[in-house]
Design a protein around this ligand. Structure first.
Ligand SMILES: *Cc1c(COP(=O)(O)O)cnc(C)c1O
Length: 400
């Protein structure tokens, strides 16, 4: 569970090669130091490791298979494609891995109340699930616009016993929800834990989220060695904030022969301005307490972004990905809305698996790549989630 490559452990101030950090008011910095200290204290204890392993096995349903997509590989005529089936996790995506870790950390710290923010609602649902499981109070902040766009997820969160607070400030979307959650934390940090959903934000979150998602990479590495008796040539994952990607990459980052590829959303096209290809088109700046790659407008404010997949629709990216890009250890490619929809349909028809639209971005790139490679090459791709949540969007995009 705690495979942590030295390569990417941040320094004590939470910097990855100059990216990340804690750019916050003093009172919030103290809260972050408290979380970092509590995490350092428990993360390697047998009790915490056993507790987490118990919930991951018995509740989340790990380990997830590493599935050889034989028909898809044959059809493309190139490399062998293996899919890490995070879509089979309870709640339908990888997000629950991180929720379980953080909520157990919160309980260890004596916190009674969980807050989170959510854009598409997927992290809100995962957090509400974990809070229900451990009997903790849960409040989810969500921009009012998003509550309208994601009505079903709002309903799910309420079913799970969470309170959903629509945020009426600013654009009434994700960034405003983050601000509201941070304000709540300043007021209530004594009994409240802020559960962050991706490998973003101030230290120690990018490190903690990576560690909890590293189970993806750890399992994948062992499974591909079992299947093929060798490491893959490529490890590919989609990148929103970057948590499923950093989880997968962490298993291979120390193996120089494995190429790491993150796939961002090119939306309607990289030249249209309607995308969220942060690393491909952005430049370093400050967002939500961290220095990281960022899509910015002319004035340096976070840009408005677009993707057909709500889970990739974020103007920033995790600090560690900024480092991996800068050092050249990982490369970042893109896929458009259209390419993602086509890949989603292909996997549905050829393998009987309907992938999430986020994961379909990684798949679109993987399929393109596989065709260019010899048949003995191996690609491991993280299938971060299942597509049930996306069928109403797909209905509008596909004509049968
Ligand atoms: C939220 C989400 C993502 C994007 O988040 P990362 O932190 O970049 O992993 C990807 N896939 C699915 C299915 C999601 O729900």
């Amino acid at each position: 569970m705690t495979y942590m490559p030295e390569f990417s452990t941040p320094d004590t101030d939470g910097f990855f090669h100059g990216f990340g950090g804690m750019y916050l008011p003093e009172e919030l910095k103290n809260v972050m130091h408290e979380i970092a200290a509590a995490y350092a204290e428990i993360k390697d204890t047998p009790k915490f490791k056993q507790e987490l392993a118990h919930y991951l096995t018995e509740y989340v349903g790990r380990e997830t298979p590493l599935y050889f997509a034989e028909r898809l590989s044959k059809e493309l005529g190139g490399a062998k494609i293996y899919l890490k089936r995070e879509d089979l996790c309870h709640t339908g995506a990888h997000k629950i891995n991180n929720v379980m870790g953080q909520i157990l950390l919160a309980r260890h710290m004596g916190k009674k109340r969980i807050i989170a923010e959510t854009g598409a609602g997927q992290h809100g649902v995962a957090t509400a699930t974990g809070a229900a499981l451990l009997g903790m109070k849960c409040r989810i902040y969500m921009g009012e616009e998003d509550t309208k766009r994601q009505e079903l997820n709002v309903f799910r969160m309420k079913m799970l016993g969470a309170e959903v607070v629509p945020v009426m400030k600013g654009q009434r979307t994700l960034s405003d929800a983050v601000d509201a959650a941070l304000e709540d934390l300043i007021q209530n940090y004594k009994d409240t834990f802020y559960l962050v959903g991706s490998a973003v934000g101030p230290h120690p979150y990018p490190m903690i989220v990576r560690d909890f998602q590293s189970v993806i990479g750890k399992e994948s590495r062992r499974q591909i060695l079992e299947h093929e008796n060798r490491l893959p040539d490529y490890a590919v994952a989609c990148v929103g904030g970057g948590s499923n990607a950093i989880g997968l990459f962490s298993g291979f980052v120390k193996d120089p022969s494995v190429r790491l590829v993150g796939v961002e959303a090119a939306g309607k096209g990289l030249d249209t301005g309607e995308h969220c290809a942060t690393m491909t088109k952005g430049k370093p700046g400050y967002l939500h307490g961290a220095y990281t790659y960022l899509l910015q407008d002319d004035k340096g404010n976070p840009a408005l972004t677009h993707s057909i997949s709500a889970g990739l629709d974020y103007p920033g990216v995790g600090a560690e990905h900024s480092m991996l890009k800068e050092t050249g250890r990982a490369v970042y490619e893109t896929a458009t809305d259209q390419e993602a929809v086509e890949a989603c349909l292909a996997l549905s028809r050829i393998e009987g698996i309907i992938p999430a639209l986020e994961s379909s971005h990684a798949l679109a790139y993987t399929m393109k790549l596989a065709k260019t490679l010899d048949q003995e090459k191996i690609i491991v791709m993280c299938l971060s989630g299942r597509g049930d949540k996306d069928v109403h969007i797909l209905q509008q995009a596909i004509n049968f």
